[in-house]
Ligand binder design. Structure first.
Ligand SMILES: [Zn+2]
Length: 384
């Protein structure tokens, strides 16, 4: 069986189904239309796309109510990745002088999807803009424009469009706009434009009060500027936005406390934080802080005690490394440490809460499902 005939099967099935439906709803024209449809279908099955399209365009001109069939055919082609054919259908329709005005924006929209599928963002953008001129309320066109601007990293344009959608759906659109402002703030950060960075990060927080990324940007900025106290306040505020995300900033937080030589305060804070959120697995961090401020033994005591109640690979690994140094134990210890560190590396550090995508790198935009802020720290630990 040639490859093309496999590809044509879903097209043919979809078309037969449509034919059946059309026959139901247009009984009067049934006989003439049916024979033309079969002619077109026959061309399709013989892979004579050009001839098939000619037949279908003529058909739709004789009865514009059958245009849904062309849309479905276009969708089937698009699903099969045959953008050129989908584009031909929709371009053919839009070029018809007899095209009723009421169908124009729908055809433009479909053509826009074809261009998106083909990766021609410029052309798709132009079309969706045209749809908006025809139908100012089209949320679909706006969503597609947002996707295009997001792809092109044109954050200003993305914000412009998204703001129009905000009032309709603030819980979904708010966090998106916040991420766009964070993207701008990150650009400001690399350019060293502090006031714009703060401006954009604060705008992000206005659209989404729990935007962790904006707080991280503001806190990092204070830390770089040497205002450790302000930075600490901001980092610690993340607990209220999203407790799990504290893991993202714990190293920076430690540095700030160290700069202030406030190890004791840090210890109290971390223990309280761990008590509030068992799933944060802070025992290694706490042990390191204890070791620095009070020496090795208190760190070992803390860990051995903690591990009994809350076993974790990382905790065991750290405990073994302490004991190994202390008693200079056998090679077994060192082997075990190596094994555990390998297991630790294998475990997933971040996971998308929307689609389950796992990764060792933290992303603000999930590379798999394209959701903002859905990739969260997730430490895989031993069964308890
Ligand atoms: Zn995802």
């Amino acid at each position: 069986m040639p490859v093309w005939s496999l590809a044509i099967i879903p097209v043919a099935i979809g078309f037969l189904w449509l034919l059946f439906r059309t026959k139901q709803s247009h009984k009067r024209q049934q006989s003439t239309l049916s024979s033309e449809y079969f002619k077109g279908l026959n061309y399709l099955l013989n892979d004579e796309q050009g001839k098939a399209l000619d037949v279908f365009v003529k058909l739709v001109e004789s009865n514009w109510d059958t245009i849904d069939m062309q849309f479905t055919l276009g969708k089937i082609y698009r699903k099969n990745g045959e953008m050129d054919k989908a584009i031909k259908i929709h371009q053919g329709l839009i070029a018809r002088p007899s095209l009723p005005e009421r169908y124009r924006s729908k055809i433009l929209q479909e053509l826009g999807y074809d261009y998106l599928g083909a990766g021609w963002f410029d052309r798709a953008e132009g079309l969706f803009k045209e749809v908006l001129i025809q139908d100012q309320k089209s949320a679909e066109a706006r969503h597609n424009l947002i996707l295009i601007y997001q792809q092109e990293k044109d954050w200003f344009k993305a914000i412009d469009i998204a703001v129009d959608l905000f009032s309709e759906n603030p819980t979904v659109i708010g966090p998106m706009i916040a991420q766009y402002y964070c993207e701008l703030a990150e650009i400001n950060s690399t350019k060293g434009d502090i006031s714009q960075l703060q401006n954009n990060a604060n705008k992000a927080l206005r659209y989404d009060a729990s935007c962790v990324r904006a707080t991280v940007l503001l806190a990092d900025q204070e830390k770089v500027a040497g205002d450790d106290k302000k930075a600490i306040k901001l980092y610690e505020g993340i607990e209220k936005q999203d407790a799990e995300s504290m893991i993202l900033v714990i190293d920076s937080l430690l540095e700030c406390y160290e700069n202030l030589a406030a190890q004791d305060k840090l210890y109290d804070y971390l223990v309280a934080l761990q008590d509030r959120h068992e799933n944060l697995f802070l025992q290694n961090v706490i042990a390191s802080v204890l070791e620095k401020s009070q020496g090795k033994q208190p760190a070992i005591d803390y860990l051995s005690n903690k591990i009994k109640r809350q076993p974790s690979l990382a905790g065991m690994q750290k405990l073994i490394s302490y004991k190994q140094k202390e008693v200079d134990a056998d090679e077994i210890f060192s082997d075990l440490t190596t094994a555990l560190s390998v297991m630790q590396k294998d475990s997933v550090e971040y996971r998308c809460q929307k689609c389950g995508f796992s990764t060792n790198t933290h992303y603000w935009l999930c590379p798999s499902c394209n959701n903002w802020g859905s990739v969260k720290p997730s430490v895989v630990e031993l069964d308890q």
